[in-house]
Structures are given as structure tokens and as C-alpha cells.
Design a protein around this ligand. Structure first.
Ligand code: 4AD
Ligand code: MG
Length: 431
């Protein structure tokens, strides 16, 4: 019989189907046995009635253990009390493989125990829901750019230079060419592509040798980075808020059941609509001081500072015009105040902190040479990048959104390690 998936059972009520899956749970009440089967698309209660089954089929129930794999055939019935709203009246069952002593049981396990068994933990209901939300967020991001005239340009992962500072680079030997680095951001290549295509985005894994053990830091994470020729800082903020509104509202709509599984209170997420508040760094500093934090002008905002600022708003807040000294070499300075960079960070509500970092880029050749020197970066690997300022230079701007922080925020998780299938952190590179 043709294979059917649990999420499609609504189209098969009253007919016989075969489900291929794994035992999630089982229980028994006298002459009726229940197996909860999962198949990757949902959970299904399968009912075995002794009187309705050949003895040898009914006996198989006893052999089944948690996570054993099986094929089960039966009639689909509507059952509002069952998970998913349907159940299967079993007619036949065959065991594919018996799982012995599956280590993750319904009892509570510590996070490290679960992270060590991440290859199995992915099967659990919450983890399954998180990965489905992650998948959808990535799709929504692509849909947004693809339907708004952006061209996808993949940037390289092995690169000859730093983008976001030299202290978080992963190095590797690259044949006779010396050292290569795992990319921290595809932005510089995005800028080249924007001069060819106007509106582009890159989307890929990025790497930071971050010595941070916070709930927001991974050493390998995914970032989507739009870059638009002729955009200035304000256009960049317009794009960021329009994009965020789309991604959040479509995820709320399309992944409502997963968010319910995660028991996410979505009231804040429903408010993620344009316009979103825009405050300058100076205003952010005022907020911190009014809240009694002794914050010195000129420093970067720390995790706690971001939380305090974002708590003043019920939507994502855009903080612009940071002190240039805490930002990257490529950011254009504010013509009104040379001490400021035309930077933009978006802070998510509910204490999730920075999810987007971006800026208008320096588009003047001589100024950019000066910045590269000021940051003690080697000139040679940036020669191609400087070319963009030699041949038809234009104002341009872009930003990067971190996928894991976004998933963490939308799912309401307390650590980014659960937002990516196999997290890479300072103390973990397995499984
Ligand atoms: O603010 P960042 O460093 O900006 C850039 O890399 C720019 N070149 C992007 C651009 O303008 N095209 O990083 C952007 C975002 C952060 O806001 C955060 O969401 C995420 O990437 N991010 C991290 N996520 C997880 N772990 C880390 N270690 C991260 N570092 C940055
Ligand atoms: Mg940043």
C-alpha cells in the first residue's frame, strides 16, 4: 500500500493507509493497546483492538520499544481527542527495527546530556517544532528577497581577509598562498555584487572564533545579508523594518501550530509591524543613564544594556549612529558628526538583544584607505574591495540578520544552541 504521511491524514478519512514511522510512546488498557507513532510530520494514535486483529499482529505490541521503527496499516478515523485530530484503527503492523534502551526518555534530562545526544534529541517534539520554525523562517527570508527584486549572490567561505575585526578569525593553511580565514560575513562580496545587480543578498554560514559563552553566541551561525546600491542609512532602516514585519508575521501565520507546541506567547510578536521605533545611540545612552546604569559614552552596548533599552519598547527597536570607534572599518561616518558611524543595530524585544547589524558603507576611495590603515588591516587583500570605490562608486547600505538569534527570539528560547541542528560553540564541536 502507498505510503501516507501523518500530516496528510485529513485527506484519507475512512480509507486504509500505511504509515512508516517510529514509536513515540505506547500504553495499554486491557484488550486495547495504543501506540503513538511519529513519522516526521506529526504524531498519530494507532489503536490495536485484540478482537479485531490476528493474534500474531496483536502480540507485536509487546515487542515495541520507544523509537522502534515500524510500518502500520489501518483505517483513518476522526478523533478530536487524539494528537493531530485523527487516529488509526490498526489492521496490520510490521516491525522494521527494535530500538534497545533509547537514552532520551520522557523524564527530565540535563541540557549537556541532551546536547551530547543531539543526533537523537532532534526527534523530540520541541526540537522538531523548533527546526520546522527555523526552516520556515529561512523560507520566508528567501521569499521576501526573491519577490522584491533581489538577486541571490553566494559569497565565498574561505577568504583572504577579516570583515568584522581580526580577533574572531578562524584560520587555516591555504596551500602555497599562506593563511585563509573562514568568513565572518559575506558583506564585502555583497557590495561588489550590488554594483553589478543593484539589489542582492547572500545567505550562508559565517564563523566567529568568539570566546563568548553567552546564550546569544555560536562560533558557526547563519546570516542573511542584503546589500542595496544607492541606499542610505534611512533606506536601510526602511528595508530592515519591512523585512522583519514580513518574516515575523508570515511565520506567525504559517507556523502557528509549532509555536503552540513551544507554548510561545505570541503577543509581542504580533506587534512586529511598521513603523518600528528608531533611536540614536545618544538616545540609547540617555535611556541607560535614566535607568541608573553608569554607561560611558563611546562604548559598545553590552547584552544587558541592549536588554534594558529594548524593554522600553514593545517592538524591535533600531539603534543608529554608533560611535565609529566601536564599529567596523567599512562604515561610513555621519557627515554631521565624524565621531559617529552610519551604523544600525536592531534589538529584538523581550530581552533577545541584537538580531541585525548593518550600516551605510564608506564609498570614498581615500577615506576607505585611511580606515583600513587606522584599523591596522593589510591593504593588499582589500585591493579588489577598493576598486568598487574607483569605478562608479555610489552610496550603498546593507545589513546582516543572524538566523539563530531570530529563531531563538521567535520561538521564545533561552539559548541559541537549540535553534541550529548541530550547534558549534566554544566548548562544543560534537556531534
Ligand atoms: O553585527 P554583525 O557582526 O554584522 C556583520 O557581520 C555585518 N557585516 C553584516 C552586514 O552589514 N552585511 O553580525 C550580524 C548579525 C548580528 O546582529 C547577530 O544577529 C548575528 O549576526 N551574529 C551572531 N549570531 C550568533 N552567534 C554569533 N557569534 C554572532 N555574531 C553575530
Ligand atoms: Mg553587530
Amino acid at each position: 500500500m502507498a505510503r501516507t504521511y501523518i500530516e496528510d491524514l485529513g485527506n484519507h478519512v475512512g480509507t486504509d493507509v500505511t504509515i512508516h514511522g517510529w514509536v513515540y510512546n505506547k500504553r495499554s488498557s486491557g484488550k486495547i493497546k495504543f501506540i503513538i507513532v511519529r513519522d516526521g510530520t506529526g504524531l498519530l494514535q494507532c489503536v490495536m483492538v485484540k478482537a479485531a486483529l490476528p493474534e500474531e499482529v496483536f502480540e507485536k505490541f509487546g515487542e515495541l520499544t520507544q523509537e522502534s521503527s515500524l510500518k502500520v496499516t489501518g483505517t483513518v478515523k476522526e478523533e478530536p481527542r487524539a494528537p493531530g485530530g485523527y487516529e488509526l484503527e490498526v489492521k496490520d503492523l510490521s516491525i522494521i527495527h527494535i530500538a534497545v534502551d533509547y537514552p532520551i526518555t520522557p523524564k527530565e534530562h540535563g541540557v549537556e546530556f541532551l546536547m551530547d545526544r543531539r543526533h537523537l534529541w532532534l526527534r523530540s517534539t520541541r526540537q522538531h517544532a523548533i527546526m520546522r520554525v527555523r526552516h520556515y523562517i529561512i523560507k520566508a527570508i528567501r521569499d521576501y528577497f526573491d519577490s522584491n527584486g533581489f538577486t541571490l549572490i553566494d559569497s565565498p567561505i574561505l577568504t583572504p581577509n577579516a570583515v568584522e575585526g581580526t580577533t574572531t578569525l578562524f584560520e587555516t593553511e591555504y596551500f602555497d598562498l599562506g593563511k585563509a580565514f573562514l568568513t565572518q560575513s559575506g558583506q564585502l562580496y555583497g557590495e561588489a555584487a550590488a554594483m553589478a545587480h543593484g539589489k542582492v543578498y547572500c545567505f550562508g554560514p559565517t564563523f566567529r572564533a568568539e570566546k563568548s559563552k553567552t546564550r546569544r553566541h555560536l562560533t558557526e551561525f547563519w546570516m542573511v545579508e542584503p546589500e542595496v546600491a544607492f541606499n542610505d542609512l534611512n533606506d536601510n532602516m526602511d528595508l530592515a523594518e519591512d523585512f522583519l514585519e514580513y518574516v515575523v508575521s508570515s511565520t506567525l501565520k504559517e507556523k502557528a501550530s509549532e509555536l503552540e507546541t513551544l507554548e510561545r506567547d505570541t503577543s509581542y510578536l504580533e506587534k512586529v509591524k511598521k513603523p518600528m521605533p528608531r533611536i540614536s545611540y545618544d538616545e540609547a545612552v540617555d535611556i541607560l543613564r535614566k535607568k541608573g546604569i553608569d554607561f560611558e559614552w563611546g562604548g559598545d552596548l553590552g547584552g544587558t544594556d541592549e536588554t534594558v533599552i529594548s524593554e522600553q519598547f514593545d517592538k524591535p527597536v533600531m539603534v543608529h549612529r554608533y560611535p565609529a570607534q566601536v564599529k567596523a572599518f567599512y562604515m561610513k561616518r555621519d557627515p554631521e558628526n565624524e565621531k559617529l558611524a552610519l551604523a544600525l543595530d536592531v534589538l529584538a524585544p523581550e530581552g533577545y538583544g541584537e538580531i541585525i547589524g548593518g550600516s551605510q558603507r564608506e564609498d570614498d576611495y581615500d577615506t576607505l584607505v585611511e580606515r583600513i590603515n587606522e584599523h591596522n588591516l593589510p591593504m593588499e587583500p582589500f585591493e579588489w574591495y577598493l576598486d568598487l570605490r574607483k569605478y562608479g562608486s555610489v552610496p550603498h547600505a546593507g545589513f546582516g540578520l543572524g538566523i539563530e538569534r531570530t529563531v531563538s527570539w521567535i520561538c521564545g528560547l533561552d539559548h541559541v544552541r537549540e535553534t541550529v541542528p548541530f550547534a558549534r560553540m566554544i566548548y562544543r564541536n560534537t556531534p
